[in-house]
Structure formats: C-alpha cells, structure tokens
Design a protein around this ligand. Structure first.
Ligand SMILES: [Fe+2]
Ligand SMILES: [Fe+2]
Length: 168
C-alpha cells in the first residue's frame, strides 16, 4: 500500500480514538477504561509521528516541491503533539487537568493532520512514483507494527532546522 494511504488510515484511527474518548467521557466511564483508551491512542500518536519522521519526511525533502517548508511545519507540530501526550502522562487519567492535556493533544493533532493532508501528502503524490510510495508504505507499516506495544518509539522532540539539515 502507498504510504500516503497508510498515513490517511492512521489519521482516521486517531480521529476515532479521540471520538471514543468523548464517548467514555459522556458515559462517565471509570478511570481504568478512560486510561486504556488513551494509552492506545497515545502509542498510535507517538508511533505515527516517529514513523513519518523515519520514512516519510526524508523522502518529501528529496522529492517534494515545498518539502523544506512542509517538513519544518510538521516537525514543529509533531513536537506539540508529543508534548501534550507527555503532559497527559503526568496526570491521573480522568482528572480535569488530564482531560485538558487530551484536548491539547487533539487540537494540535487535528490542526496538523489537516495541514499534512493538504500539503505534504499531496506534494509527495505529485513528486514520487507509486512504486516508491508503495515501498515506503511497507517500511512504514512494518516499523509501526513493531512498535504497536509502545516500545522503542522515538518520542524525542526535534529541532526542525537540524532535522532538515540531517535528512535533506
Ligand atoms: Fe500524520
Ligand atoms: Fe505528521
């Protein structure tokens, strides 16, 4: 599968994960349920950003028309998402401050997905042949699958300019 399609599938799973947390909040689900839903979503958010930084953005820098600008925005957004996920991890699931961290993660992620879909994904579809996008899709999917349990994910924030220098 084309990497841009896999990224769209992940984005849909992320939107649904936040929707599920609305359901849990509305149903006044116990903290264990709320925590379990969030833990799955948090791993998905972090693994997705890491996999994009490993397999997608380096190619966009090579082949995209606006690769540098799109990558700079994306790395900054990924940092915001990681920061909100990390902040949620420091509070008790279900508490007010915890819900506020979840809301921050959702806002950062929602803004980012829209921008990524309009910019970076469209750009690489125009600039990279399907065979390459499919090859990248395999690498992206294998990497994410190997991190589905939450282990070995790079959750570190990156300086966008240094990332571009290292991968451009
Ligand atoms: Fe994404
Ligand atoms: Fe992204």
């Amino acid at each position: 599968m084309d990497i841009t399609e896999l990224i769209l599938v992940d984005h849909d799973r992320q939107r649904r994960g936040f929707a599920l947390s609305d359901e849990a909040q509305g149903a006044k689900a116990d903290n264990e349920t709320v925590q379990a839903i969030w833990d799955g979503l948090a791993v998905l958010l972090d693994a997705h950003a890491d996999a994009e930084e490993k397999f997608f953005y380096p190619r966009l820098l090579d082949l995209g028309k606006e690769g540098d600008d799109e990558t700079e925005d994306a790395i900054g957004d990924h940092n915001d998402i990681r920061d909100a996920v990390r902040a949620a991890g420091t509070h008790r699931a279900g508490s007010q401050v915890w819900w506020s961290c979840v809301a921050d993660a959702r806002t950062a992620n929602s803004d980012h997905m829209g921008e990524e879909e309009r910019g970076a994904l469209a750009d690489i579809r125009r600039g990279a042949p399907l065979a390459l996008r499919r090859q990248l899709g395999l690498e992206f999917a294998a990497y994410e699958a190997s991190r589905a349990g939450g282990q070995h994910i790079d959750r570190s924030d990156k300086d966008p300019d240094i990332y571009i220098e290292d991968h451009g």
